[in-house]
Structures are given as C-alpha cells and as structure tokens.
Design a protein around this ligand. Structure first.
Ligand code: ADE
Length: 288
C-alpha cells in the first residue's frame, strides 16, 4: 500500500463533448483502443471506445460523451458507465469539455469558462452510483457539493489557457437542463435570475458522479450562443452551436494538451486521498 501511494501514477481522462472528437485522438497520439464491449462495467456500456494516448509521459484516456457519430442524446448518455469506465482505466483526473449557451452579456461567443458551481435542472438521469447496482458502491453516500468542481484541477485549466494567451473566465455557474430541446425564452430568463452564467445539457450528473467515484474533475466550457434571452439576437440553433465550437475548437485542444502537462508537474496524492476520505466519511450506512 505504501509503495502504491509512493509511486502514484496519474492518468487523465478526457471527456470530449459536442464538436470535439475524432481529431483529438490524433493530437493525443492515441495508439491503443479499448472497445466499448471490453469497457463494459457494472453500469453498462460507455458511450464510446476508450482511446489511450500519452503526452510527455502522461497517460491519457479519451472518451466521446455522445458516442462515435454523436448518437446519444444528453438524456441517453450513460454517464455512470462513462465515469466507471474511466475509473477502471485508472484515471485520477477528468478534464471535460462542453459547449454551452451564455446567460450573461459578459460571456461572449467563443469565450472559455472554467465553471465552479452548477444548478441541476435535469429530470431523467441516474445521479448516483450508490443505488445497489454495484457492490463497489454500497451504502448511502451524501457527498457535499462545495466545491463542486475540483479547485486545483480547475486552476490547472486556467493556468494552461493563460499560458497560451487565451481569454478565459475563472468561475461561473453552469445550469444543466434535460434537453434535448433548448430553453424557452421564459426559461432562459428564469435561469438568468437564478444566477446562471452558462447553460448546457451534460455537466450534470457527470460532475457529481466523478466525485462519487473519487476522481478529480474539472470542466472547460465554451460559450457558443446566447441561448434565447437576448433581444435582437439570433436565437440558439444546433447548427450554429457546432459552427462556433468548431471555429474555436483549437483553443480547447491546446488547453487540454497544456493542462495534461501541468497536471504531471503536480503532487496529487493528498488531493486524491482527501477525496477518498470525504467519500468514506459521507457514507452514513452502518458497517456490519
Ligand atoms: N449547449 C450549447 N448551447 C446551449 C444552450 N443554449 N442551451 C443548452 N445547451 C447548450
């Protein structure tokens, strides 16, 4: 156990959101693939094959959130199987990308944001591993959600973007709606009143499942549109989301590349240990 802790190896899982997929496996020198069948776990099949790569000596595992060819709608993504597959692949960190609508004037199209809190407005998703599906997650676990995203890993994303000279916003509340439809104008204005800065369809339950799994999770969000709250503006349309994302996709790729290198420079044992302790102490079931 001592030796294991001493030689802790970091492995970074990267969850690729809409618009970020095939190109990334080349960028990250992915030479090995675990197919979906082999990555099947207690929670089912992950969205895509796992692509294993290496950047400057850091092992990475790529997963396409919506599957090859974007076949899974936000509701039908098997978030639990995705996170569990990355955990079983020994990921200590997850960096996730997501396209979002901006809910505020101060976040322009193409702007990068590292969110620091969320509001979960999803309705049809499994939001915990602790429901008796797997013996690995037994009992009742009430995890605190502050901080929602791992602060140190989030800081790495910010540092990486700054190093590259990109304009990136530190912090912001991301609201996840069920989708697949976008919000009505009244809903969009309600989300603004709640203090949301961004709206998307996938960060929840991913962010809190990763926490339950003991993985340090941070997200890099890109605003692709102004949803539909803004007067005299083009309202959000799926095609435009992908166009704006593609126009700015190199920024996300470069930030991820740089972030992986920065993660390698860090000492993470304490952070991982602390999260494992938090998970254990949050489990209220009396052990027999
Ligand atoms: N993803 C990108 N833009 C979005 C929006 N306006 N609402 C929800 N999810 C989004």
């Amino acid at each position: 156990e001592f030796l294991l802790i001493f030689f802790y190896i970091f492995q970074v899982g990267i969850i690729c959101g809409s618009g970020l997929g095939d190109s990334l496996s080349k960028t990250f020198n992915c030479s090995r693939t675990t197919n979906r069948e082999n990555a099947k776990n207690d929670f089912g099949y992950p969205s895509s094959d796992l692509y294993h790569g290496c950047i400057d000596g850091v092992d990475i595992v790529l997963l396409a959130r919506h599957g090859a060819g974007h076949v899974f709608s936000p509701t039908l993504v098997n978030y639990r199987a995705n996170i569990e597959a990355l955990r079983l692949a020994k990921c200590t960190h997850i960096l996730a990308s997501t396209a979002c609508g901006s809910l505020t004037e101060s976040i322009a199209r193409g702007q990068l944001v590292v969110p620091d809190s969320f509001i979960d407005r999803t309705t049809f998703r499994k939001g915990t591993f602790y429901d008796g599906t797997s013996a690995k997650y037994s009992g009742v676990c009430h995890l605190p959600m502050e901080p929602a995203f791992d602060p140190r890993t989030s800081e790495i994303l910010l540092q990486a973007a700054k190093k590259l000279g990109y304009n990136i916003r530190k912090g912001g509340t991301i609201i996840t709606i069920e989708g697949p439809r976008f919000s009505s104008k009244a809903e969009s204005n309600a989300l603004r009143l709640w203090g949301g800065h961004l709206v998307n369809m996938t960060i929840c339950p991913e962010v809190f499942l990763a926490k339950e799994a003991g993985i340090l999770y941070a997200a890099i969000a890109m605003a692709t549109d102004y949803d539909c709250w803004r007067e005299c503006e083009d309202n959000v349309h799926a095609a435009d989301v992908l166009v704006v994302f593609k126009q700015n996709v190199d920024k996300i790729t470069n930030v991820l590349l740089e972030a992986v290198k920065l993660i390698d420079c860090g000492d993470w044992e304490q952070d991982i240990f602390k999260l494992k302790n938090l998970i254990e102490s949050s489990n209220v079931t009396v052990k027999k």
